[in-house]
Design a protein around this ligand. Structure first.
Ligand code: AMP
Ligand code: MN
Ligand code: MN
Ligand code: MN
Length: 276
């Protein structure tokens, strides 16, 4: 039997485990088909691939690309990509440069709100110096006693309308899909139920994504309720998109779902991984 988990994060982005630790944990959890999907970074893929080989587990190289679409930030997962492809690698390099500039602005905003030294603090938590995430700021704010956990840190500081939130332009949807397709991969809309879009916007997004060459929708994810599994399965079927599944695991203390602890896809959808 196949136990699939196609969405998780290591220390190369905002996860708490190294790629090798993550893969070992996935294997121990019974996962048989696994993808590492760090935010905007591919540097963990080779370590994960080697560890998966050692465990005898099927491994898929992946990435989760940050995208600006209309007024939303979307995450587009690329699965089964060639991590050496120049278009993809170059696009991600540019996104990481944008993250660096954003981190400086976030820290300045926090400083105006009386939080000093946030940039150095976030950098201490970022084990990949090339990728500073809001999650690293959140961990620093918790460490300083300014929030009781990372969720509270996001609520009080890092979300729209709060000090420490700055507007930022990510990649476009067409760039993300094109880079993933150029690298031989399949583009998937991550945790679609998390975006603040109404039905009409969801339909606009799915239509545009499919027309750009998108392949699938993450139907089963730690971010969805059981009702959302069903409704996103219907959206996928209506738009001729395949269905993916992933825990979005970031670490033992920070994640709602552990690796591999996912229900089966709803009946009637096309599993994205049957193409791998
Ligand atoms: P960034 O890509 O740097 O804007 O950071 C986004 C990341 O922060 C997400 O991938 C999550 O891992 C984390 N995150 C976002 N919202 C929350 C929240 N409310 N509580 C905890 N972590 C969050
Ligand atoms: Mn994350
Ligand atoms: Mn995401
Ligand atoms: Mn994720």
């Amino acid at each position: 039997m196949l136990t699939v988990d196609l969405h998780s994060h290591s220390t190369h982005s905002d996860g708490l485990l190294t790629p090798a630790e993550l893969v070992a944990r996935a294997h121990a959890q019974g996962v048989t088909l696994y993808a590492l999907t760090d935010h905007d970074a591919l540097s963990g893929v080779e370590e994960a691939r080697l560890q998966a080989q050692a465990c005898g587990m099927r491994f898929v190289a992946g990435v989760e690309i940050s995208v600006s679409w209309q007024d939303e930030i979307l995450h587009i997962v690329g699965l089964n990509i060639d991590p050496r492809h120049a278009d993809l690698a170059g696009g991600l390099h540019a996104i990481r440069a944008g993250r660096e500039a954003r981190a400086v602005r976030i820290a300045a905003d926090l400083e105006r709100a009386g939080v000093e030294g946030a940039l150095a603090g976030a950098r201490r938590h970022a084990r990949n110096p090339d990728l500073v995430s809001r999650a690293h700021f959140a961990r620093h704010l918790v460490e300083c006693g300014l929030a009781k956990d990372t969720n509270a840190a996001f609520r009080r500081y890092l979300t729209p309308g709060k000090p420490g939130h700055v507007a930022h332009q990510w990649a476009s949807l067409s760039q993300a899909v094109n880079w993933i397709n150029a690298a031989g991969g399949a583009a998937v809309i991550a945790h679609p139920g998390r975006y603040k879009l109404n039905n009409r916007n969801n339909e606009a997004l799915l239509g545009e994504f499919r027309d750009l060459g998108g392949a699938g929708v993450e139907v089963v994810t730690g971010s969805h309720t059981a009702a959302q599994y069903a409704s996103w399965a219907r959206y996928a079927q209506r738009f001729g998109l395949a269905a993916s599944a992933g825990s979005d695991f970031h670490g033992p203390e920070e994640s709602y779902l552990d690796l591999g602890c996912l229900p089966d896809l709803p009946h009637g959808v096309q599993p994205l991984w049957s193409a791998f």
